[in-house]
Design a protein around this ligand. Sequence first.
Ligand code: CP3
Length: 340
Amino acid sequence: MTSRELFISVFKGKDIERPPIWFMRQAGRYLPEYMALRKGKTFEQMVMNPELAVEITLQPIIRFDLDAAIIFSDILIPFYSMKRGLEIKSGIGPILQYPIVHPEEVDDLYLPISGKNFPYLIESIKMVREKIPDKWLIGFAGSPFTLASYLIEGKSTRNALATKVFAYRYPDAFAKLLDKLASIVTSQLLIQINAGVDMIQIFDSWAGFLSPSQYSEWVLPPLTKILKKIDVPKIIYARGSSHLLPVLKKCNADGYGIDGTISLQDARAIVGDGKLLQGNLDPALLQTSPSLVRAGLTKILAQVQNPRYIFNLSQGIDRNSSIECVTEMVNAVKGWRYSF
Ligand code: CP3
């Protein structure tokens, strides 16, 4: 069975031998070959150069023979066309020179037209698709809430405080902002699907700061609107959000990325048997030893009783991860055989 066939079976809930494997931030700074390519270049230069983006996307596939590639890009690329002075600084993270301060700014927010503003993304996806026909290819975007938090706070938020203050003080402007972002995200995902990705994942990195009722009121409507337009398999990964799973369950995704705040077993009890789960090995283990990695992973895989499951980390891989540990993780998952 090829990797693509494995993923197709998993989404249909057919019996399979082992789970497919990919992991968040698999193309990145823990890889010496990434660091070598990155020398002297900004993140923007790498993402917007299809030859480089393709090479970086394929680096973890070549090294570990993973089942899926995720296109090398970022959830914040729409901001490059919005003229908000986005810079992704090494070791610091994204910084926006011009965050949204006044509610009236939402009316003037420039909406990127995806085909025109992301030609490099389309080209990179087409090239990767051609190079690895037997692998699963993942496209992605940020959720309207996480994108709004970057627009309002101008950087990775610590608690989403400013975003929530904005939402309470200017409820109409906030709803409008999330709705505009939903249009952007929808077109960003559709161009990736047209270019050849097999699945999409929406990253809601800061969802965990919201209560279930805040999430239901502010985020669920735009999120549901996006997902309605997508007809390839779709996964939502909302970090720090096990308390939101009962709400997230309503958005009609095919699967849920699970972080370290809940066990797979408990997550399964919430989402039910018809949904796919993805996760949730702690990336901290990748800075220990191959035997600890294997032990941690066995604990997770032993809980899997349902073929609707994809192996992944509980959050993005850390730059200090050991290649030896990553290799062990991949080999252990690929060598695993289900007993059901
Ligand atoms: O997973 C992958 O391999 C695909 C590529 C990918 C990147 N970013 C590449 C990247 C994906 C899916 C993302 C998503 C992303 N970007 C999220 C959601 C996922 C999450 O972690 O919650 C968020 C919040 C961002 C915003 C962002 N971009 C941050 C916070 C950073 C800085 C990270 C850091 O450690 O400094 C980036 C930059 C970025 N995006 C890098 C990579 C490989 C690092 C670039 C570098 O300095 O070399």
